[in-house]
Structure formats: structure tokens, C-alpha cells
Design a protein around this ligand. Sequence first.
Ligand code: ADP
Ligand code: MG
Length: 763
Amino acid sequence: MTSHDTAAAGAGAAPTPVGTGTGVTAFADLLDQPLTRYVPGNSPRSTVALLEKELGITTVGQLLDHSPRRYIRRGKIQALTELVAGERTSFVARVESSSTRRMRSDPRRSLTDVTVADDTGASLKITFFNAYSAQKDLPVGSLALFTGKPEFYRGTLSMAGADYAPVEAPESLERSEDGELLPIPVYPETAKLTTPRIAKVVHQVLVTADLDSLADPLPPEVVAAEKLVPPGQAYRDLHRPESVAAYEAAQRRFRFQEAFVLQTELRRRRAEHAAHPVAPRPVVEDGLLARFDASLPFELTPRQREVGEQISAELAGTAPMNRLLQGDVGSGKTVVALRAMLQIVDAGGQAAMLAPTEVLATQHHEKITRALGPLAMPGRLGGDDHATEVTLLTGSMGATARRKALLDIASGAAGIVVGTHALIQEAVQFADLGLAVVDEQHRFGVEQRDALRDKAGTSPHTLVMTATPIPRTVAMTVFGDLDVSTLRELPGGRQPIETHVVGLAEHGPAWERRVWQLAAEHIANGHQVYVVAPKIGDDAAVPSFTSLRESLEADPEEPEPATVAWLEELVTARPELRGARVGVLHGRQDAQVKARTMADVAAGTVDVLVATTVIEVGVDVPNATLMVVVDPERFGISQLHQLRGRIGRGEHASTCLLVTRTLPEHPARTRLDAVAATTDGFELAEVDLRLRKEGDILGASQSGGRSGLRWVGVLRDEALVARARTAAEAVITEDPQLTAHPDLRVAIGRVLDEDRQAFLERG
Ligand code: ADP
Ligand code: MG
């Protein structure tokens, strides 16, 4: 496993470099060359073979894009004092001594013990089994990059074997002109593919390939404005930097390039969408929209009006709208969406509202029907003469109701259709679908969009609503082909919600008594209280503890998660809450029971509702003013925020208590404190991003796969992405097909494998 060539060794038999003498090579020509052209020697154990097997790297471009994950760049050579037993590491050190001895078990073979040391005075013994090479390559006084795994042996750290790459010409390499130690790249490694092995192959490519001939996919004016280094130099400086500034400039080039290529593609798609015109649906005088506005019991907020006007203008035009409407729970998105739907109906079209679940679809249907009143009662007593049918279509409807719904949708009698996403996948025929409103974008992927296009013959206008605030950079990168509107403030004189973390582990039982007393006070004032548990639990297995605190004393380390079943008993038994009417709501109940309970809560005949997160969506009881979340550490930030959105919906001041049995130093406490510190969903979304890995956000939760972003950090690079977006816009406006930008087209093609195509079309 030892590499005995120096990293600086020549490439041996040099191939004919592609592009030599031709001036400029098309961007992809060089990068798509097979690695084997530049690095001969194809034994199954060769580094090239391993690169393919372990990292899937077969081309020059893939290798050059395998960028160092960090650089060794400290002022002193390396702190050997920081090595950890069992942890693979890379470090630079100088050979202090070297001695070769015969192996006791096999006297025909030799071992070489090399002791290396660094400026800290610490040293490490490395035993090499290929004595000959080690002796030759690592003379006393030489400097090398080592990679290996130190282990404890007889009480001291030592290493059995190591990959190494002598750092040649130490005098010149140690310090650059400005006195800085030259950075040494450390690659993402596998057990066999260590940094020195990768570095060696990279070096062979760097010296043989004509990188300076590499065409730049970025337009020259963008390169100039951003002061970017040329791509060939960037690759060189990434892998063999002469200074920290050099690799930083290289990283900046690739970061900007990635953002720009992505933004260009997103803009190109938008331009393409816009090129397929739809029927204009201008506002009609004295139509449903005007009548609905006249009947609204409240004033639209300035922002609702502003967003509404923008949407209205887009619906009146011929370019399909693609808009993301984001706003906190209760910020009034539904009203905005409903007004858009009414404009479409007024113009003779149909609007569909798609919800992620049947329960939500049913709730939307009820809400819309209620909000429209006479406007949703066509041909009925008391109905408006402009009224339209609001039709619900779900999978669990009876056959007769279903047939009627399908008929109304096909005939156009149903102006507004509410259903789950299945609505667009089933054999549903619309007379004239003009607008699709999608609630919650996360589950609305590329297939749904295609299906929607099929329904409408062309892309209908699309309005995607989300209550999960999306930080700006994510919106720009992931949803870059959507325009984004944001409702930031909550409408209508709502009282702010006060949130407190109640840590039962550090506070005495008095704090818990105070929680239940507060609940009693809210009830005494005629309000309702939600108590939320992370689990449903089993009536038969309810613990006998009559307080949360008691359960904690029984098992301070890892208390069982609280259940609805247990908290129902606990709440009922609490002396503070004697006489309170307790209801229960969770996902295992059937729909009728749930509906009845919710009606009771709304009617005020239930004082305390013990529930799971089923109340997270859709429950709207303005009279509920206290929420007690038990074991809140079991929820994510956005989930807690959504939950909390169930209170503070009326004109009364509301309180949310996060009652945790975790110890104060529990990592989840940071999350809880963040939720307590602000009710601004956007701020929380950013905290959430920061606390999780950025990759997780884009990767798992939003793209459903890998994010495709290698260089751009969604938090760090907001400004850069914004600039890339502006630059991309300018290019696409001038040249929508990128006819004059062949290398940019190629770069897009290289970046967008199938995964990413799907990723881009999400939303
Ligand atoms: P979202 O869909 O963003 O969660 P909704 O549209 O459901 O929010 O609005 C939440 C509540 O606020 C509803 O009861 C709605 O009628 C009410 N509401 C919406 N806009 C206003 C406004 N401008 N003034 C007062 N109340 C409003
Ligand atoms: Mg809503």
C-alpha cells in the first residue's frame, strides 16, 4: 500500500495531450477524456483502477473535480500532538531517524523503522514493511506528507505502514515568497485511496494535460466582473496551490461557476415556459372576485394586496405563472390563493387546489366553501347569481358522489376543485384548467408537474404555497425557476405568542405545578389549552406517574417519550385541572371521532385537548391560547414552529410552554431556545439550516436525493448566488437558447445529470 513515487515524479510515457497547439479546447473535450490517456498503467490494483472502483472517477474532469477537502496550512509543519489513536490522518513531518532490521518471523524480509517529528517536539514511529523503498524514499532530514492510522502499541502511539509523498525541495516548498508554508491538499479518501495516491495521479494529469487551453464556460464579461481566475489555472491552484490565496481564488471560481451554471439553466427553463403562452385571464368587473372582496370581514394587509396584484397581473398575461407563495402559518396565504382562483373562474376557467393529504383537502374544501358563502352556492336558495361549484374529490368518496364530482369537473360546472395530488394523476378531465394551487411544495415533484401539464394541455398557472419558510438562497438555488412572494407579518392585530422553555430536570416540582396552574388560569378565562405529546401510546400501558417530574426521577437519563394516553390520565388527575373537560386527538382515531373532537374544541366544550402533532396542520381555534408541548426535544424546529402556529390565532395573548425533561446540556436545548427566542419563521428556518448540515437541507428534505450542490453553501453564499442569478439573467435575456455560448451549454450538460434534472424541476 505504500506509494514510493514522489508526488513530483514525471508521468512516465506522456500521452499526446489533447488540445495542445489548438489554442482553445472546448470545455468538455479535455475534461471528458478518459483518465487512462494521461495516467498509464492499468493493473487492477493501480490508483486509476481504484479511482474508478471506489469513487467512480474515470475522466480527467471527474478527477480534477475531486477537490481537496482541506489543506494542511499551518505555520508549523504539523502538530503530531493532535493525532488520535484509530483515526486516519494526514500530516507533514520530517524524518528524524531511519533504521532497517530483519523481521523476526521471516529473516529473509526486513522492516524499516522511521521516526518522524515536527516542530512541537512530538515524534512518531512508523514501521514500514517495504523496507527498501522506505529507506530510499525517506532519508533522514527529508520532509513528507504521511497518511495512515496511528494506534497505541505498548503505551505509545505508532503507525504500522503509511502512505507517503515526499515533499520535494523542502527549502523552496516550505515557505512561499510571503513566508507562508505552502498548503498541501488533503483529499476525500477511502481506505485504499489515500491522499498521496490521489495527489500523485492528479499531478500526472496536471503536468500532461494542456489545462491552459481549457475554454471558459463563463462569458468574459462575467469573468471580468467577478475577477475570476481562468478554469485551467483554477484547477491547478486547487490541486497544487502556491499559496492560500491561490486555492481560495480557485475555490471562488468554482463556487461562482457552479452557481452561475445552475442559475443559467433555471433562467433558461423559465424563458422556455414563457414561450408557451396561455389564455389571458384578466379581472372581470363585478365578478366573483369583486363580490368576494366586498364580503371579506377584514381588510387585506398591504402585503396581501401587493402580492395579490402581482399575481392578478400575471394571470391576466399570457406567460404561465410559476410562483412560490411563502408565509408563516396564519399569514393569510389561503386568502391570496382563493382570490387568484376566483379571478380564473371569473374568466371562464377552472382552478384546482392540491393538498398533500385527504384531511387537508377536506379542510381546504370546507374553508373555501365557508369563505365563499353564497358565492359557492350555484342554483341554490340564497346563492349568488355568479356562484360557482366548489367540488371536493378524494379517494375515499362514495361512488355516486365521485361520479357527480367528475362530471362537474369535466363539464366546467365546478369552478374550483379541491383534492389531493391524486387528483391530477387519476383519470380526471378538466374542462379548462387555468390555475393549480399547490399547498406545500415538498411533495410536489416532477411527475406531478408533468401530469398537471397533461391535464391542462399546456402548463397552467401554478401557485405553490408553503408554510415552511425557505431561506432566500435555497429559494434561489432550489426553486430558482419560481418567482417568490413572501407574506411576512401576521394579519389582523394578532397578539404575539410568548414561548418559554420549562426544564424539569433543573427545576423543582413547583415549576410543573406552575405549568398546570397556568393551564387552569387560561381555562378559567374561557380559553382552551393544547397539550402535545410526541407519541400516541397505549391505554393499557400508561405509566402510573402523576407528574412529569416524577417520571424523570424514576429514569433521569432517558425517560420514555410522553404519550397522549399517559398525558390524558395525568391531566385528568392533576388537582390544578380538576373539572376541566379533556379531549383527545390523534392519528389512529377514525375521521368521525376526530371531526367530532375538533368540533367540540371549536364549540368550546373541550377545555384541554391532548393531542399528537395531528393538530399541527389545519386546526384553527382562535380561542386556544396555551400550548404545552411535552418532550419538545423530540420535534424539529420547523415542526415546533408549526405546532405553535395553532395558538395565537385570535386576538388574545397566547403562551407556548416547551416542557422538557432533558438536561440543560442536552444538544436539543439549542433548538428549543431558538424556538423560544423568536416567532419569526424565517429566522427559525435559518437557525435550522445552521444547526443541521446544509447538505441535509437540500439533500434529504427538499430534493429527495442528493442536492447536486458541491461548491455553493446555501447560507454562506447568498450574495454570490444573487450575483450569479443577475448575471445569468442578462445572458439568457440576450441569448435564450445559448446559441452564442456553446461552452456554457456544455457546462450545463456536464453538471446536469439525471438526478439534478429532477432536482431542478422540483417545486
Ligand atoms: P395561511 O394559509 O397562511 O396559514 P390563512 O389564509 O389560513 O393563513 O389565514 C389565517 C387566518 O387569518 C384565517 O382565519 C384568515 O381568515 C385570517 N386572515 C387572513 N388574512 C387576514 C387579514 N388581512 N386580516 C385579518 N384576518 C386575516
Ligand atoms: Mg392555510
